[in-house]
Design a protein around this ligand. Structure first.
Ligand code: UTP
Length: 412
C-alpha cells in the first residue's frame, strides 16, 4: 500500500494520531508498516463507531429433537451418505484462532491431550472424519483455515504426522485475513516500532478467505454443494455426519446447526432462536433475564438449545452473502503492545497486559445462520458430541474433555 492510500484509510476511520506516527517514522520502518497494511482489513474499524447491536424480536425456534431424529435416522443417513458419496459435502475446520485461554504457544490443534500416550486435538479431528470415510467409502475434502500466526506450524505438524492417516490429496489449507487491534483510546496499537498489533479476523472470516484462496471455485468444479464448518477444539466433533447432512438436505433449509440442550441457562453457548421471524443465534452475554426464564408452549425453557459451532451451509446461498454484510464484533482481549520508555535503549518496551486492554475486531460464523435465511436446529447428545477445549482446567477444558473421552471408552 502506498502512503496516499494509507492516509485515505486512516482519515476515513479517525486514525489521524496513527497516521502522524507513521509519517514521523524513518523510511525503512514506514515501508515495513505499509507492507503489512496490504494484508490487514481496515474496513473492520467501522465497528468502532457503529451503534450498539440492537436485537430484533426474539422468539423460540422449533428444534428437531432426538426422538424425531431417531425415528427417521435410517432415511436421513441414506440421504446424507448419498450426498457424501457423490462428493457434495466438504468439511472446513476453523483453526485460525489464537487459543489464548488455553495458553499454549502453538496452534490449538497441536495440543496433546493424551495421558499415557500422545493424543493431539488434530488427531481426534482426523479420527472422527475417518469414521465417516470408512463408513461411506468416500473421502470428504477437508479445508483447514489457519492464520498468519500458525499456518506454517500447522502445515509442518500435519506433514510430520501424515495427516493422521487422511489422504493428503483431500486436505487443502487457506489462511484467514487479519484485522488491526485497537487500544481503549480507539487508536490502532503497535506491537513493534514498524508493525501494528493484529489478530485473525474472527471465525466468520472463513468464507471470504476461502474465496480469496480460490476454494469456492474448487467447490464448484468438484460438485461440492455443502460445507460442514466446525471448531477445531471439540474433540468429540462428528464431522460430515451423514444423519445430520441428510436431515438438513431433507429440511430444504440453507443451514443445519447442531445444538445441545444447555447444561444450565447461563452456559456460555449461543442460543438458537428466531429473530424477527428468521433463524438466529443470541450470544450468551446477550440473554436477558426475560429470555432466560421464558417458556415455550409446552412449558419447557424457550431457549434451551445452544449451538456447538458445527454447521452445514449450502454454498448456493453463501455465494449471495457479501462480505460487507457480516457484522463486525468488538471483543475486549489481552493484546501485547508497544509503549514509550526512557529506560529502554530503543525508547520502547513491549507490555504484556494482565487484563484485557484492547479490542479485537471479529466476524462470527454464527451470524451466517441469520444471513442464510433458513436453518434446521438439530439436537445432538452432549456426551457423544460436545467436548470443547477452551481452558486448561475447569469448565470446557482439557480436564473435562479427557473425562468425556474416557467415558465413551477412548484410550488416552
Ligand atoms: P474461540 O472463539 O473459542 O477462540 O474459537 P480461540 O482462538 O480458540 O480461543 P481464545 O478465545 O483465544 O481462548 C472457536 C473456533 O473458532 C476458531 C478457533 O480456532 C476455534 O476453532 N477461530 C477463532 C478461527 O479459526 N479464527 C479466529 O479468528 C477465531
Amino acid at each position: 500500500m502506498n502512503i496516499d492510500e494509507f492516509e485515505g484509510i486512516m482519515k476515513k476511520y479517525g486514525q489521524e494520531a496513527v497516521l502522524d506516527k507513521v509519517r514521523e517514522m524513518n523510511e525503512k520502518d514506514r515501508s515495513r508498516i505499509l507492507k503489512q497494511c496490504d494484508f490487514l482489513d481496515f474496513s473492520f474499524l467501522k465497528a468502532l463507531s457503529a451503534k450498539e447491536n440492537v436485537r430484533g424480536k426474539i422468539e423460540p425456534i422449533r428444534t428437531m429433537k432426538l426422538s424425531e431424529i431417531s425415528e427417521k435416522k435410517e432415511y436421513f443417513e441414506k440421504l446424507g451418505t448419498e450426498a457424501i458419496k457423490s462428493g457434495k459435502v466438504a468439511a472446513l475446520v476453523l483453526a485460525g484462532g489464537m487459543g489464548t485461554r488455553l495458553g499454549s504457544d502453538h496452534a490449538k490443534g497441536m495440543y496433546d491431550i493424551g495421558m499415557t500416550k500422545p493424543v493431539y486435538i488434530f488427531q481426534r479431528m482426523f479420527e472422527n472424519l475417518l469414521d465417516v470415510v470408512n463408513k461411506t467409502g468416500a473421502w470428504v475434502p477437508l479445508f483447514i483455515m489457519t492464520s498468519l500466526f500458525n499456518d506454517r506450524e500447522i502445515k509442518e505438524f500435519l506433514v510430520e504426522h501424515r495427516c493422521f492417516g487422511y489422504d493428503p490429496r483431500y486436505v487443502k489449507f487457506f489462511v484467514q485475513d487479519m484485522s488491526p487491534c485497537v487500544g481503549i483510546d480507539g487508536n490502532i496499537l503497535f506491537c513493534k516500532p514498524d508493525e501494528f498489533a493484529m489478530s485473525p479476523n474472527g471465525n466468520g472470516g472463513f468464507y471470504s478467505s476461502m474465496m480469496s484462496a480460490g476454494l469456492d471455485k474448487y467447490c464448484k468444479e468438484n460438485g461440492v454443494e455443502y460445507i460442514n464448518v466446525f471448531a477445531v477444539d471439540n474433540v468429540l466433533q462428528r464431522i460430515a455426519d451423514p444423519v445430520f447432512v441428510g436431515a438438513t438436505i431433507d429440511s430444504g433449509c440453507a443451514t443445519g446447526a447442531k445444538v445441545v440442550r444447555k447444561a444450565d441457562p447461563g452456559e456460555k453457548v449461543g442460543s438458537i432462536c428466531l429473530e424477527d421471524g428468521a433463524p438466529s443465534v443470541v450470544e450468551y452475554y446477550e440473554m436477558t433475564d426475560e429470555l432466560l426464564q421464558a417458556k415455550d408452549k409446552d412449558g419447557e425453557p424457550a431457549y434451551e438449545y445452544g449451538v456447538i459451532l458445527n454447521y452445514l451451509f449450502r454454498l448456493k446461498e453463501m455465494d449471495g452473502i457479501v462480505r460487507t454484510e457480516m457484522p463486525v464484533h468488538v471483543v475486549k482481549k489481552k493484546v501485547p503492545f508497544l509503549q514509550k520508555s526512557d529506560a529502554s535503549s530503543t525508547g520502547y518496551v513491549t507490555v504484556n497486559p494482565e487484563e484485557p486492554n484492547a479490542y479485537k475486531l471479529e466476524t462470527l460464523t454464527l451470524d451466517f445462520v441469520r444471513l442464510m435465511g433458513s436453518c434446521l436446529p438439530f439436537e445432538v447428545v452432549r456426551e457423544y458430541e460436545f467436548a470443547p477445549i477452551k481452558n486448561a482446567m475447569g469448565i470446557d477444558s482439557v480436564q473435562s474433555a479427557r473425562k468425556m473421552l474416557l467415558n465413551i471408552g477412548y484410550e488416552l
